[in-house]
Design a protein around this ligand. Structure first.
Ligand code: NAD
Ligand SMILES: O=C(O)C(=O)C[C@@H](O)[C@H](O)[C@H](O)COP(=O)(O)O
Ligand code: ZN
Length: 352
């Protein structure tokens, strides 16, 4: 079992290990005198794990627990789902003293966090991430969001969870492609901060090192988010590959999963930067090889000028400048500001 303490506007623990789902009730009870708990999940995850979570909550004396589920997938990460959550919380008389639990992947975590941050202007919530992606990345750091048709995560808040429980055993039921989506974010963490992690990712006995890998990613995220909770500087490094990824997801009508889009985004932006002479040759190929180990795609057929246009609506643009994250080497990334016109040319020429 490993533990990471995150000290931001809220201080909280992230636990990484086996068996955390069944002890969730007592761990939450140690922090909370809530009378009511609302659990939010998607249909797939609820069928697998909600029963065990509810049993654990009841054992810990939470007698008034309710469960809301929505259809799985990115298409549910919307204001419409958030609105249903508000009605559900109100209908179950959730108060500011009660707690909300997000049980699921990044979609459940992001939309539940968003609803928790806005319902009654803030109800405490716990993240119990059930995908690799959610355990290494989305459950920590307090970015919450919903998508708009025209762009990814365009509505959201910064609202830290009160506890994060990463139960590695829950990953046993993940289909391989969904596990591999998470590997894209692990590759990102290695590429921006930790060459050893990057190499560990590429090792054949990857699964044996999951606790160590999740712990390393969460620790990197903790360090970055503690320095820049509100994404005005260093935190932008966590966006390596993401501006393009978000454009790809949007262009696909959210049918291309986030992890796959991030894999394409990291490789494409690094290739474009190498072609422009901004980063050394060879890094994109190293990234590409790491992605291929997880059958992650590394290129797209979408028209680059259309993608560049969508990129300009994402969060890394500030007036006439856009911040592009680039790896100078595996293990070290930098924020490279570009004028908007130069960025469009950079994407159109570099991503063909
Ligand atoms: N807030 C952040 O910092 C942050 C960071 C990274 C990604 N994200 C967001 O996370 C989302 C992607 O998350 P994701 O990849 O977890 O997708 P997801 O939540 O859609 O989960 C993927 C699929 O796996 C299923 N699933 C989840 N856990 C399972 C389990 N244990 N066993 C079997 N099936 C399971 C789900 O039902 C779903 O169909 C995107 O919306 C992305 O923008 C947010
Ligand atoms: O926590 C962060 O900061 C990240 O950028 C992590 C990303 O992996 C994640 O996909 C995040 O949701 C992207 O944020 P956005 O602000 O670019 O929407
Ligand atoms: Zn991401």
């Amino acid at each position: 079992m490993k533990q990471v303490t995150v000290k931001t506007s809220k201080t909280y623990e992230v636990w990484v290990g086996n068996g955390l789902l069944d002890s969730a009730g007592e761990r939450i009870r140690a922090l909370s005198s809530a009378q009511r708990v609302a659990v939010v999940s998607d249909d797939t995850v609820a069928a697998l794990y909600a029963g065990r979570l509810l049993d654990s909550l009841h054992r810990a004396g939470f007698d008034d627990c309710s469960l809301f589920t929505f259809p799985h997938g990115e298409a549910s990460k919307t204001l419409a789902t958030a609105a249903k959550l508000y009605e559900f919380f109100a209908g179950h008389q959730i108060t500011r003293g009660d707690w909300i639990i997000a049980l699921g992947g990044g979609v459940v975590g992001d939309v539940t966090g968003f609803a928790a941050s806005t319902f009654l202007r803030g109800v405490r919530y716990v993240q119990i991430p059930t995908t690799l992606l959610a355990q290494v990345d989305s459950s920590v750091g307090g970015k919450t969001a919903v998508d708009l048709e025209c762009g990814k995560n365009l509505v959201g808040t910064f609202y830290q969870p009160s506890l994060v429980l990463c139960d590695i055993q829950l990953l046993d039921t993940l289909p391989r492609e969904i596990f591999c989506d998470g590997a894209a974010e692990v590759i990102k963490y290695g590429a921006i901060r930790d060459r050893e992690l990057f190499e560990m990712t590429a090792s054949p006995d990857y699964r044996k090192h999951l606790e160590e890998i999740i712990h390393r990613c969460v620790s990197i995220k903790r360090d970055i988010v503690q320095n820049d909770e509100f994404d005005t500087g260093e935190r932008m490094l966590l966006n390596f590959g993401h501006t393009l990824a978000h454009a790809i997801e949007t262009q696909s009508g959210y049918t291309i999963p986030h992890g796959r889009a991030v894999a394409i985004g990291m490789v494409a932006i690094t290739k474009a930067a190498a072609a422009a002479g901004i980063v050394p040759q060879g890094i994109a190929e190293e990234l590409e090889r790491a992605c291929w180990m997880f059958d992650l795609p590394t290129s797209t057929d979408f028209d680059p000028s259309g993608l560049a246009q969508i990129c300009l609506g994402d969060k890394k643009r500030n007036q006439n400048q856009i911040n592009v994250i680039l790896p100078e080497q595996i293990g070290r990334a930098v924020i490279h500001p570009m004028p908007v016109e130069a960025f469009q040319k950079f994407i159109c020429e570099g991503c063909r």
